[in-house]
Design a protein around this ligand. Structure first.
Ligand SMILES: [Zn+2]
Length: 404
């Protein structure tokens, strides 16, 4: 114990960093009598020293916009004694995360304040406490530092968010989401390419995807997508996506709480995006599984200038805005179905569509409310659970037979 203590005490004088000491049994024969546990291997035991702490001065606080629009605060700090980055556990620390306004208030964070920070192992540096209070506690801005639009405070968390869908800080993400497999499914338009197209100024919103064809020569000349063949392939995939079912477009808008299940559900009810965009809160909340929050998120999008512009442009570019009636039958009316394992003829999306188009509801987890479990190859815990609960298990063939 005293050796461990001595090593720990010498931490500041060593010209390398350490965070612990290991005691090892010399005699190999005895090691097996000291079996392995979660914190040690056989014959060894590790001691961790308490995390190192340093006092730092808060020099600056910068709000940054994350890819989801969430505003994060980064504190820039220097060691209060050396004036240089704080040295903790072998790394130079000059930034600390300040989470949100509640955290900032609680820790009395402001420029000029002195704080102790700690870092242990590979954990992000953490602000422990305020040692000297600053003159002013930092106040978060009320406008997005990137696009200048007003920020919105989340109802149930302390987070604030930029909800402007064309905020440049979020553009790559919103456009990639639009083009992704679960939405418009535009092959070849992945995040890296989207990022390039945003940076080169070709894309300022997801509607601009449908104007890329106007820049064909330029794109080829500059090799943005690749050579002629790749560029044309991408442009033809973009063209083909115009005839996608409109729930894909709706899911692609990136409206909060409107993922592809909700989008399908809404399009089954409203059939056209125009009708959906005109529906009031009461009409929206009357749709099964649409709550007040989702209804408000929908209204916010369709009432915004951005939403109106997007809808008008997609109509102008000739995208499919009306959902054909895909309802095949009501065989599965009132049934909740879970699919697990690998299927042989259907993809997960296809079976989900089949369930919904026949009046059923596809869910992800088995419960007492599950009507059937469709189990493919290598079904695991969901199958066991269904069997335990006595829920009927169907093979893929049995499921398809049920529909015919
Ligand atoms: Zn913004």
């Amino acid at each position: 114990m005293s050796a461990i203590q001595r090593i720990g005490d010498s931490r500041g004088e060593l010209h390398y960093d350490l965070d612990g000491a290991v005691v090892k049994i010399d005699e190999t024969a005895l090691r097996n009598e000291f079996p392995a546990g979660s914190k040690y291997s056989s014959g060894h035991i590790a001691y961790k020293y308490p995390p190192e702490e340093r006092p730092v001065i808060m020099e600056d606080i910068t709000p940054t916009v994350g890819r989801t629009g969430k505003i994060a605060f980064i504190g820039r700090v220097v060691d209060a004694e050396t004036g240089k980055p704080a040295r903790l556990c072998g790394t130079n620390v000059s930034n600390v995360t300040l989470h949100n306004q509640d955290y900032i208030r609680e820790k009395k964070v402001g420029i000029g304040g002195i704080y102790s920070i700690l870092k242990s192992g590979d954990i992000i540096p953490k602000l422990v406490e305020c040692l000297t209070e600053p003159e002013h506690i930092y106040e978060a801005p009320d406008h997005c530092p990137v696009c200048g639009e007003p920020l919105v405070k989340e109802a149930d968390t302390a987070d604030i968010r930029c909800v402007n869908p064309s905020c440049p800080a979020q553009l790559t993400r919103t456009i990639s989401h639009f083009a992704s497999r679960g939405c418009m499914d535009i092959m070849g338009l992945g995040e890296t390419l989207v990022d390039t197209l945003v940076k080169e100024g070709y894309l300022k919103s997801y509607a601009d995807i449908y104007l890329l064809g106007d820049h064909r020569e330029e794109l080829i000349a500059e090799g943005v997508v690749g050579r002629e063949k790749n560029t044309d392939k991408l442009l033809s995939n973009i063209e083909a996506s115009k005839s996608n079912e409109p729930w894909r477009l709706l899911a692609g808008f990136g409206i909060r709480n409107v993922g592809n299940t909700t989008a399908r559900n809404l399009m089954r009810t409203f059939h056209s995006l125009e009708a959906l965009a005109a529906a009031d809160l009461e009409t929206l909340t009357a749709v099964p599984d649409i709550g007040q929050t989702t209804a408000e998120d929908l209204r916010e999008y369709f009432d915004s200038d951005f939403g109106k512009e997007m809808l008008a442009r997609f109509t102008e570019y000739g995208l499919t805005m009306e959902q054909e009636d895909t309802q095949q039958s009501n065989v599965l009316e009132g049934k909740t179905i879970v699919v697990t394992g690998t299927l042989t003829t259907l993809t997960r999306n296809e079976i989900k569509e089949l369930i919904e188009n026949n009046g059923g509801k596809a869910t992800g987890s088995v419960s007492k409310k599950t009507s059937y479990l469709v189990a493919g190859e290598a079904a695991g815990s969901k199958l066991t659970k269904a069997q335990d609960l006595g829920i009927p298990v169907l093979s893929e063939e049995e499921f398809l037979a049920m529909l015919s």
